[in-house]
Design a protein around this ligand. Sequence first.
Ligand code: NCD
Length: 313
Amino acid sequence: MKHLLSAAQLSRDEAVAILDTTLDMAEVRTRAIKKLPTLRGKTVANVFFEDSTRTRLSFEAAAMALGADVTTFTAQGSSVSKGESLKDTLQTLEAMGAEFIVLRHAHSGVCDTVVNSGWVDAHVINAGDGTHEHPTQALLDAFTMRTRLHGDVSRGRDLAGFAVVIVGDILHSRVARSNIWLLRTLGASVTVAAPQTLLPREIESWGVTVESTLDDALDAEPNVVMTLRVQKERMSSGYFPSESEFSALWGMTSARLRRIGENAIVMHPGPMNRGLEIAGAVADSPQSTVTDQVANGVATRMAVLYTVMGGSR
Ligand code: NCD
């Protein structure tokens, strides 16, 4: 695999292999010397046209843990303000030696455009393109589910038999899209719950069950409830009546946490709107995997860099 453009591109076996490599990388992270020399002498360019905390920092940490040199480009403060195109920006970074380009951009489908137009020879990894995909987030989420729900015997396994509820702003969420594709590939069943206004029109063709409220979705006793950030920056207005009505019907509250089994987990990709899609007490509870997801993000991105450079287990 030369590039990771989407979760939809992954077969079951490719995805399980990345999860198994992630387990190896997580083991490296527990050693006294937390580094491998795999990418020594290579340069990874993190190219971020949209804001990010977790994704950017964890790609930096992952590249450094594999011994790479890291260049970070953010659109603010660059020649993008002078009208420089994406193509010229990427070719500039490649001319400076970047062999891996980790790209986040507001335009859905941009990573496919970069690869299909042949603008660069570098390995391209999608770090979030508009409302389209965020494949490394789906992989770290799948790794978190597999680790929490299968425990020590997770190696080699997929997510068959797990029931996952994804709730909230599905319409604007690349995290939801990538998770839906990957979870289905890994054999999990997926239910989405959202106001009608925050569901994409084509949802019926995605192979998921659709419920209109979170309480209806919880009747199926899911193993995982994945909450999503309400993406106010992608909304004009009027997607739901008010924030209190949103959390009453689609928020993961303490009362709803009591409804799911003790072994079920609650996820959130971050950044959270505490009190809106997830109550603070739920985010801080032992059933929350929010900080596990961040920690697993570094090992997952190490595994992805390793896989696209041609490594296999
Ligand atoms: C997400 C993103 O940017 O797609 N955050 C992340 O990568 N952890 C989700 C979001 O912004 O809501």
